[in-house]
Design a protein around this ligand. Structure first.
Ligand code: TXA
Ligand code: MG
Length: 513
């Protein structure tokens, strides 16, 4: 089947296109259209055959009911009965908008549309294209999200084409949607009403209008012993191809943990995906990093989530790590979708972070111009099981200077460089809990200990590597002396790398016991 694509501007709706699409729906066809939440796959809600075609195109189980979309409030009474009185208030506040309400169905609604249920889900979308289409089609348009069952919902016409191209009659392309997550579903057939799916209309917003409502238990607890009340919420959903894991903790810990996980994976040759935000983006160096939105406005995160999950399907990765988001307001819906995409897989960030005793390694020499920077650069070239910030400092640095030229020449001959080095004075800021400080000489260690109140993470390089080969001071001597110094440092740094890696492995091992 050829899928026609029609661009449509919601501020200047082309009636001809709407009439063409409406006609297709009346004839039992399938037309995807934009709503403010996600793109919907429209069909005439009162035709059994149209519902069957909808399930087939999506590859969706036919026991998973569809939402009927209306454009005029009076039309609700044609498809629902025993409508509770609070409905008027809710409709006045939230319709048209991202709220779906469930009622007892009228006889006009075929069981094909409700997946065999005696209840019907109804929503009045706000998008003007959606409203015009619903009216042109006769008033009742069933529309699940216009994705292949199990994939992230479409937030752009392009996503619909990816999934349903060739399987449906038409796509109305109204550009990217506004909200990006599906509507809030509120079951009005129970007292008090119950939220079956969180969305942009939050529990607080509903309670402000009609008083207390409940949240479906199965949405709150991760253990899925409880079957969700909205049949669609029980399926693996919104899921990318790669395994998605949510890293949880405070934001700083999450960043550190994801950095480490990405570093380890990259080292093993399996780069990972990272769901990051504008604020955290610059902190990631390894992996395929995608910006989902800004933490300053969680709406942007809701809008970006499905797009980012889809984009990861184009990447050659097995695992995606995501930061987590506050569960308030729209954040509740974001976390609900993220949890479902992750199949409830979590890692506490603190568990990853606490395995890293040291995160920085600082080499200290006299003037920070030869032996210190050489040691630092040698360590940067080692295969380390963990990511470290590796630096060097000097005990007497009067002003910043480039590295000693002979030291640089020796490093060059070993395919390394001190080109970017500029010497820096050691100071209080270098004494941090997570910094391993290694001095070239005993005197430098003594000085730090006495000046900074005996921190317990300062060692000489010899002491820490349990190797007492003297590190010669080549200053003022010919190039060969720098060469000899390089050889000694090279050996000690290799030992250091082995020790650091065994530290990481050992802590991991202890953790697993
Ligand atoms: O924002 C939205 O609601 C989008 C746009 C297109 O309007 N539509 C949407 O439809 O998300 P869909 O089919 O992907 O999700 C509908 C959800 C499913 O989880 C389904 O099980 C639930 O609503 N649902 C529909 N009718 C129901 C009923 N009578 N009782 C309980 N759950 C129902
Ligand atoms: Mg859906």
């Amino acid at each position: 089947m050829e899928t026609k694509i029609r661009k449509i501007d919601k501020n200047q709706i082309d009636e001809n296109i709407i009439n063409e699409a409406g006609e297709l729906l009346k004839q039992g066809g399938l037309v995807a259209f934009p709503t403010e939440t996600v793109y919907g796959l429209g069909a005439d809600a009162l035709q059994e055959e149209a519902a069957r075609r909808t399930y087939e195109a999506k590859g969706r189980p036919s026991d998973n009911p569809l939402i009927i979309h209306i454009a005029d409030y009076e039309d609700l009474r044609e498809i629902a009965v025993n409508i509770p009185p609070e409905t008027d208030m809710l409709a006045a506040h939230f319709w048209p908008g991202p709220l779906t309400m469930i009622f007892e169905k009228s006889e006009a609604v075929p069981y094909e549309t409700t997946g065999g249920l005696d209840t019907v889900a109804v929503r009045m979308p706000e998008d003007p294209v959606a409203q015009a289409l619903i009216r042109a089609a006769g008033g009742f348009v069933s529309a699940p999200s216009a994705n292949t069952s199990g994939r992230p919902s479409p937030t752009e016409a392009e996503h619909v084409l990816e999934d349903l191209g060739g399987k449906i009659d038409m796509i109305l392309d109204g550009g990217a949607v506004d909200i990006g997550l599906e509507s809030t579903i509120l079951d009005m057939t129970v007292i008090p009403p119950m939220i079956l799916r969180p969305g942009a209309i939050t529990m607080d917003m509903i309670e402000e209008v009609i008083g207390p409502v409940r949240m479906d238990e199965s949405l709150i607890s991760a253990d899925s012993a409880q079957a969700p009340k909205a049949p669609g919420m029980k399926y693996r959903h919104y899921a990318p191809n790669a395994e998605l894991i949510i890293v949880e903790g405070d934001l700083r810990e999450e960043i550190l943990a994801i950095r480490q996980l990405a570093f380890e994976a990259d080292r093993k040759g399996h780069p990972v995906g990272i769901i990051a935000t504008s604020e955290t983006l610059p902190f990631y160096k390894y992996g395929v990093v995608k910006n989902v939105g800004t933490r300053e406005n969680e709406k942007t995160i809701a809008r970006g989530l499905y797009r980012v999950l889809r984009e990861f399907d184009e990447e050659n990765i097995d695992t995606i790590y995501s930061e987590s988001f506050a569960g308030q307001g729209i954040g509740e819906a974001i976390m609900n979708r993220l949890e479902k995409a992750a199949g409830h897989l979590h890692i506490p960030a603190a568990d990853v972070v606490k395995l890293q005793k040291y995160r920085r390694i600082t080499f200290v020499s006299g003037t920070d111009s030869a032996r210190g920077p050489m040691a630092a650069e040698l360590l940067r070239h080692c295969d380390l099981a963990q990511e470290y910030v590796i630096n060097s400092r000097g005990m007497v640095v009067l002003f910043p200077e480039p590295a000693n030229q002979k030291a640089e020449a020796i490093m060059k001959s070993a395919q390394m460089t001190l080109e970017d080095h500029s010497s820096l004075q050691f100071d209080e800021e270098d004494i941090q809990e997570d910094a391993l400080i290694l001095t070239i000489e005993e005197s430098q260690k003594e000085k730090i200990l006495s000046e900074y109140g005996h921190p317990d993470h300062v060692f000489t390089l010899n002491e820490y590597t349990e190797d007492d080969t003297e590190i010669p001071d080549p200053y003022g001597k010919p190039l060969t002396a720098y060469g000899e110094c390089f050889e000694v440092l090279n050996r000690l740094i290799k030992k250091l790398a082995v020790k650091l890696n065994s530290l990481t492995e050992e802590e991991k091992w202890q953790e697993e016991q």
